[in-house]
Design a protein around this ligand. Sequence first.
Ligand code: BGC
Length: 992
Amino acid sequence: MADNLAPSIEGAPVLDLAEFDGAAFDLDGVITRTATVHAAAWKRLFDAFLARRAARMREEFRPFDAEGDYLRHVDGKPRLDGVRDFLRSRAIVLPDGEPDDPPERETVCSLGNGKDALFRQLLARKGVEVFDGSVAFIRRLRGAGLKTAVVSASKNTVPILKAAGLADLFDACVDGVEAERLGLEGKPSPDTFLHAAKVLGVPPKRILGVEDSLAGVEAIRAAGFGLAVGVDRTGHGAALAAHGAGVVVPDLTALHLRAKEAGDPARDLRVREGAQACGPSADLPLWPSADPEWVLVEEGFTPTREHEVESLFTIGNGYIGSRAALAEGSSLSAPETFIAGVFDTRPGASPELATLPEWEHLSITVEGQPLRLDLGRFLEHRRILDLRQAIVWREWQHQDAAGRLTRIRGLRLASAADRHLLVGSVAFSPENFSGLMSLDASIGGLVSKRTATGAAVALAAATRFIGFDRTTAAEDRATPRPLRVDLGKVYRLDRVVAVHTSRDSGSPELVAREHADRAIESELAALIDGHRSAWMERWRASDVRIGGDPAAQRALRFAIYHLLSAANPEDERTSIGARGLTGSAYKGHVFWDTEIFMLPFFTLTYPEAARALLKYRYHTLPAARRRAAQFGHRGALYAWESADTGEDVTPSLVSLPGGETIRVLTGEQEQHISADVAYAVWSYWHATGDQEFLLGAGAEILLETARFWASRAERGEDGRCHIRGVIGPDEYHETVDDNAYTNGMAKWNLLTGERVARLVAERWPERWQALSAGIGLRPDEPAEWLTVARDMYTGLDEATGLMEQFRGYFELEDIDLGAFEPRNAPVDVLLGRERVQRSKIIKQPDVVMLLHLLWDDYPPAVREANFRYYEPRCAHGSSLSPAIHALVAARLGDPELATRYFRQAVDIDLADNMGNAAGGVHAAALGGLWQAVVFGFAGLRLTDHGPEHHPNLPPHWGGLSMRIMWRGRTHDLNLPPAGGAAGPQPGRRSDG
Ligand code: BGC
């Protein structure tokens, strides 16, 4: 037994913590039970290889021994070393090959790649098992002030730790990726352990290393660590001791710990599960997710992209949204933070989201030199949008003119656990100097502002400095006084900003101040933990997993991240604007985008949020009634663009790129919005069975919108009902009669109004009495709605199956859009507005949109004919367009075309293919993307009997799985790849 182990109590060795300041742990077999997964992956790989080789060489096939061969030749070593060493044991020599060698090449690299792929497959299937005793042991060490590191040859270390929820357990991670980057030799060489010691800033003598592999204990010994603890779970304890383990235990729970301050045996603590986590350390207590399917990484600093990055990397929690401007600023940075429902109005203009004072401002100077990307030189700079944890990270290594190197790591989040709270933290470390640093983090402590609409907004900040001589907690002060910083040490500034408005409380300043003061009392790790748990819960309900297409997977998660960031189930007085809270385009106004494009996601994965969004429409029903009356109609006409009150706030004029100013007619004419709201209400009720909502809000919306259409439609000489002078979803054609979408949706609204009237009257007669009396509904009105619906002009030509988009559309000029490809400007800019208006070119799906929403109302031939007719005529002048085309193409069984449109939809934000992502992410397009996957590729259908799916997955997808909520129960959908072994089963009911 090693001499820094105290005599045992109850026969167990006692570790004297006074001897150590740090601990380094191997991963596989010590912290996680991935060793068996590794062994299984190696076995599959080598057995296939050996069998092939034996057949070829006419030799006997001797399989890989998952115990003996594994422990002796590959365990603990870098992957390629493992391949070489095992092959050597069988006297086989292969060329090294190239790093991305495919499986068919017999090289060391190709075998290494095959092992990794098999390992990931097995891991995905089996998940990560954790040794609870080890986790408790590590927490206990951290609680005693030891710094901890993970040192593993595995290149999958970070994803494994993340998957196991253990990433916050370590101050340093030296894994296969890092070792390769730094050119460190793998175990049994001491390199990786020595590097961990350096990162921890602890001398090797004061570190204990924990390993289960022979190569590992040798490496710890060679690194000169104070103690090598061997973990023997497989009966190789004697070998571990022979290779240098000072003590061998079957599990870390077998070690007693003697607390640092005590020599008193009463203070000896046995490691227990649930022991408390560590105290504050100056570095950030967490890392970004490492799985590329969960992160968006912006490397470097590209000034021309900066506003786009600010949009894409916005953090939000439905109450507040904050664009990702650089905290220290740059000549381009435009910090903007918005609060849902808080608008400002410039004289003569329509309301726009109010911009809050900058909350994250931070100026750092080193010996008088400002740390800014546009001054000096950055050796490394990256921003990471961590979709899983909903945190934006920053990693930056700056070199000033004098060559001083400073490393900066930062994070920012809008708390999902406490919606009024923004959290930011920056850790910095002088890498090659000691000197004076000054920090100015002042935002003035408490800032309050009153918007033109009269809302008071208060921001209160509190900061905490860690690592400096003095600790300044619970105060927000500029700290221009230079502080001394020492080479290699880490310093940190935590900041919380509480935001309250007069919409939430009578004295927002007071509430914000108290809130910030209270929040700064919590450790950063605790603030992050609450936020992460809230997000984990959301992801559990909302994640959609796509196999075999990492780009699609990441894009879909990006969409879901922004949808979730925009939702707040606690607030039914606000809705989601066209760009959420990620930018000022469309001024924060709410369109049909919310109900038709985003709501299905919420209804099926986050019904509380969907309900709150629909309640916004209920609270704005009085304004919708006034608007219908203003046009001389009955019922409710919702605002095309809506803000806080529900009045129509569509700007009346707009300036075109050429300087021309034109009247905007959408506010008056895009009346389909009323049917769109009704459609979302019914869909929500259908999917949730939320009776309280139906009776308290939904039915009234359905009745009042039906009533509007009954009074809006005019009976023509042909005996049919017509809706004249409208704009449909295709905004290139204005003041048209009998727009197919408007008429089709109005008809649906009338029928559904009657249906809900019958339903409520039959099932809840008392409520019906009150409701119909409350809105003054005549008993014969619902029957009249049926008549209008029956006689509604639809534009359907029975012979061709085509629906004319509006009266006279078929006579318009047919322009071949293909002739303008590749097109890099909107078609109305290329051809001029008037020419487009006189043509059949459409901005976005209109008839096709109707098919999507009312799919079962049209026979397959009609769906096919209309899609094939209108699809080539669509110019996709709206971001709403490509996803719906993807969805309908997939449903029609054309996954190839659907995939093309899906990629176009993905690129709207991620590749800025419309050139306007700087104004915020396109929330409807993101909702559309989700729908394209769920209703299109997965073919989800919500029938009266429950969810069904008719999948049309792209051929390269390796399956899809997701979960939806249906009438209070979760349903898991697990779809195999198209043509996969299990085969898609059309019309299969999903599992409840
Ligand atoms: C589209 C509308 C959409 C609006 C806001 C317009 O370009 O044509 O359908 O509601 O943008 O996203």
